[in-house]
Design a protein around this ligand. Sequence first.
Ligand SMILES: C[S@@+](CC[C@H](N)C(=O)[O-])C[C@H]1O[C@@H](n2cnc3c(N)ncnc32)[C@H](O)[C@@H]1O
Length: 286
Amino acid sequence: MSDDTINWRAMLAETAQVVADRTSALWLCQRASGYDAEEFISELDNPVTSRAAAHLHDMVRRFLAGEPLQYVLGRWVFRRLDIMVDRRVLIPRPETEMLVDLVIEEVASRSGSTVVDLGTGSGAIGLAILDELPLGHSTVWMTDVSDDALDVASANVAGLGRPGIGARLSRGAWYDALSNELRRSVDVIVANPPYVEDDDPDLETNVREWEPPLALFAGPDGLRDISSIVDGARTWLAPGALLLVEFGSRQGQAVSSLARDAGLVEVDVIRDAAGFDRVLRARAPR
Ligand SMILES: C[S@@+](CC[C@H](N)C(=O)[O-])C[C@H]1O[C@@H](n2cnc3c(N)ncnc32)[C@H](O)[C@@H]1O
């Protein structure tokens, strides 16, 4: 790709040809230019600086090598947020956004709440909750066993600005990350844990090759981590409080049984926008 006195309009056309996808090309050019969607339109006839061209060339090279666009861009949209992502964390998925609605529906009418986001990764779920509730409404404990993930989450907390004051980052394996004072006092536990079977033949190659294995795989049946979360929930939830766990589309029956066996009540499976079983909703007994 040449960049002698080229403007962004020509650079965009050239990039679209190279990557064979106009939308990806647009996002890559926007990222390299430093301008967002609408600002970028007014930049189209301006020259591409050599620095921006070098940045774009590097991103195109990574994209053509198969790296997911989200990692190449270094950020991705989750609800209203532009979340920083890289290979240390799972790319936030659209189907996970419904967990945020379910948490907000549960706590918004209260004067305040304590929420736990287990396995926070980039921090997407916890930060969207803080972003969408009134400032200072809730405390959200965001936990992960991975130091790398917590580094990314911490950067995203900083990027959130004032709503981030409600975030509490904590390291540990599932409930080990929580302090004893939280026992039987949490209003909502929300989690999108690893739930892919170790040998799942349907897992996309790109996901297997690029996303952190710790964020994906959960034993031969994919239920190892969901089982730990469901089993421990009653120790931490206040009476009548809510557990929300994302799971794989074929795991609905198994996950519901785990919840009933753990003594949870009002056990329910919620479908995602594509009609697949996706979220366990259950409560601690009152
Ligand atoms: C599927 S990712 C979800 C990330 C983020 N919550 C999201 O929805 O995009 C699962 C997360 O759980 C974390 N994790 C895996 N095993 C864990 C464990 N034993 N205890 C706590 N977190 C764990 C991973 O590091 C990863 O960040």
